[in-house]
Design a protein around this ligand. Structure first.
Ligand code: AMP
Ligand code: ZN
Length: 664
């Protein structure tokens, strides 16, 4: 086999693995083997630029940067959909279309995925172009970004029309969305509001390598083009599946509007178990001949109808607005509401995000407001009921000074939030930083919780995290809910944290934008806090995955005398400020290629230690069970749903002792 053929085979093989993993959810090789094959391909492609292929699986990792997206006119317009909200609406629609076509009508029922619509053009089996919906007539070409989404085939399987467009929705599954948000919260950034906006924002990122990191998926629902050799929408879905696209299995044929309604009713509750957001059902006339006869209105096809699930929404009174100060000093306005039932929970508060949002809604204390619960964790106010506004109501004046320390607020260019610049003297910032320091993923201090930190600061016993190491049992005992035993635990817990490895100390310091992953990267690269403190901006950005924003933040942190002083104190107490020689010696590859999920409570080691053991020995820790999981280390009180999932996927459970035997 010559090199060209070899490269071609490697590409085919990787393509197939991508398909098994991302479209069928059924991988057949380990991540490790996949990665080494990919690496091999990348090396060969680098050596042989003459065999370049714009659709090589190696391009999935992204790297192409687009400054301005080209505008592309859609060959087939991307219409919007008419909406219906009741059985009557659907019956009216049926009556209208029955007058226009002959014979019985069959309908396909599909879920309406809530993401960003996309149109993909394929020519001779390979992806030519991906364009956003835009205004329906023309959109932005985002091909480089779409190529990084692994469920989008770059090369089709089986037989396919010479040229066609296929439409679908780019969605961000809840799991990936929540994970992205956890990471943002950890580095002191505002969480993203909902999966849909995050998905559509992702398509317009300039750096495709950033898009590659986001767990986006592409769900397809419609093929358009000429001479496709398909007669119905159902066949169209099936054809798309055969070509290698991800087409959800929920689609169903209905012979009457009653059957459509049964589908709607089923999914109205069942959709809460889906991995991504849906906001309704799309009903389509199944027969493409009939679709053609029905045609389009100015805005939407006559042959399709969206049925919107009822948004879970209520109206209630806004009693007051309070302002919270976060650990980075960012101010978040919060609406305090007259308690009201919404989607099974009592809602008392809603986020107002920032001053622009308040202005945009023109929301005022005393207003009756509409509250909705969408993909967000916290409900949001979507509008004011102006008909109920009291006559003496006054526009909301956004605060100008910090509600906690009275320092004038600042707002940086390009940032939506105001913040309090009083880094060293503003109590919630002081408390927040220490709370972050002791948190589970950071120093994981046993016997000390967030509320106690607040008490310790109020009592004047500590003003930064280094002060924790000066605390004595006698100082702590007089505090609320403290007794001799708990005070002792607290002091011991703090002392024990001196053993926490450097990478986690670095994360615990609370440098903005330095989350767990970045801290690991920096620790691995520089090996000590002193080396990081000395690094220049150019040096920092040269470290893998460290961008300019992170580099600037690191520099700013070490430029502060206050911070340097705190670090010196940490050093004097024996906190790990460099990678220990022992750690360097203790690492093995025993668990290479293995993915572990840790669940339950353990006897001899803590969860954190367990995870560290896995990573130190070359294994990976994952938070959720999938077909790729190698083992679940099951402790006491492991959740029943996790157990069921493990059984279903055939993932073996091992005990703590069995695990320890593997590594010790
Ligand atoms: P709207 O934006 O409310 O006018 O709804 C039209 C949009 O629904 C389309 O542009 C698609 O992006 C989206 N959509 C989601 N799921 C489907 C589906 N199964 N069939 C057709 N359109 C869908
Ligand atoms: Zn303040």
């Amino acid at each position: 086999m010559n090199t060209k053929e070899y490269i071609q085979n490697l590409r085919d093989e990787l393509r197939e693995h991508n398909y098994n993993y991302y479209v069928l959810d059924n991988p057949t090789i380990s991540d490790f083997d996949f990665d080494s094959k990919l690496k091999e391909l990348q090396d060969l492609e680098a050596k042989h630029p003459e065999f370049y292929d714009a659709n090589s699986p190696s391009l999935r990792v992204g790297g192409e940067v687009t400054k301005n997206f080209n505008t592309v006119v859609h060959e087939h317009r991307m219409y919007s959909l008419d909406n219906s909200y009741s059985l009557e609406d659907l019956q009216d629609w049926e009556a209208r279309i029955k007058k226009m076509v002959d014979g019985p009508i069959q309908y396909t029922c599909e879920l309406k995925y809530d993401g960003a619509s996309i149109s993909l053009t394929y020519e001779n089996g390979s992806l030519l172009r991906a364009v956003t919906r835009g205004d329906g007539m023309q959109g932005d070409e985002v091909t480089a970004n779409i190529k990084t989404i692994k469920s989008v085939p770059l090369q089709l399987k089986g037989s396919y029309p010479a040229k066609f467009d296929i439409r679908g929705e780019i969605v961000l599954p809840f799991e990936g969305f929540n994970k992205m948000n956890e990471e943002r919260i950890d580095i002191g950034e505002e969480p993203y509001r909902n999966p849909r906006n995050t998905a559509s924002g992702s398509l317009k990122l300039q750096d495709s390598a950033e898009v590659a990191k986001r767990p986006l998926e592409c769900l397809l629902y419609n093929i358009t083009g000429d001479n496709l050799g398909i007669a119905t929408q159902m066949e169209s879905l099936e054809k798309a599946r055969q070509m290698g696209f991800k087409v959800p299995e929920a689609a169903k044929l209905a012979n009457s509007i009653d059957q459509v309604l049964a589908f709607v009713n089923y999914w109205d509750t069942e959709r809460h178990n889906l991995p991504y957001e849906t906001d309704g059902v799309v009903v389509k006339v199944n027969d493409l001949q009939q679709q053609e006869e029905l045609g389009y209105t100015a805005k939407a096809p006559r042959w399709a109808m969206a049925y919107k699930f009822k948004a879970e929404q209520v109206s209630t009174r806004l009693n007051s607005i309070s302002y919270q100060v976060g650990r980075t000093g960012a101010i978040t306005p919060v609406a305090n509401l007259e308690p009201v039932e919404l989607a099974g929970t009592t809602v008392k508060r809603a986020s107002l995000h920032n001053s622009d949002q308040i202005e945009k809604l023109d929301v005022r204390v005393g207003d009756e407001v509409f509250v909705e619960k969408g993909g967000e964790i916290i409900p949001k106010i979507i509008a004011v009921d102006f008909t109920k506004r009291p006559s003496d109501s006054q526009p909301t004046q956004y605060i100008t000074h910090c509600p906690e320390c009275n320092t004038p607020l600042e707002r940086l260019e390009g940032e939506a939030k105001h913040f309090c610049p009083n880094y060293t003297g503003c109590k919630p910032q002081i408390v927040g930083r220490i709370q972050h320091y002791i948190s589970r993923k950071a120093m994981d201090i046993e016997g000390l919780g967030g509320e106690t930190v607040a008490l310790l600061v109020s009592a004047g016993l500590i003003t930064n995290y280094a002060d924790l190491y000066t605390l004595t049992k006698e100082q702590v005992m007089p505090l609320e809910r403290m007794a001799e035993k708990s005070a002792e635990n607290l002091v011991n817990g703090i002392a024990a944290s001196k053993q926490i490895p450097f990478e986690r100390v670095l994360f615990a310091l609370g440098i903005r934008y330095v989350g767990e992953t970045v801290a690991k990267k920096l620790a691995k690269h520089y090996k000590s806090i002193d080396a990081i403190a000395k690094a220049s901006q150019e040096e920092l950005v040269n470290v893998d995955e460290i961008g300019i924003k992170i580099a600037e933040s690191v520099l700013a942190f070490f430029a502060s005398e206050e911070n340097i002083h705190t670090i010196e104190k940490l050093r004097s107490f024996g906190v790990q400020l460099e990678v220990s020689a022992e750690k360097l010696a203790n690492q093995t590859n025993k668990l290479e290629n293995q993915i572990f999920v840790v669940s339950g409570v353990f006897e001899t080691v803590s969860r954190t230690e367990l995870k560290k053991l896995i990573e130190d020995n070359g294994g990976k820790v994952s938070s959720s069970i999938s077909a790729k999981t190698s083992f679940i280390v099951a402790g006491d009180k492991m959740g029943p749903s996790k157990k069921a999932k493990a059984e279903k996927l055939g993932v073996p459970l091992i005990t703590e002792q069995e695990f320890l035997q593997k590594v010790l």
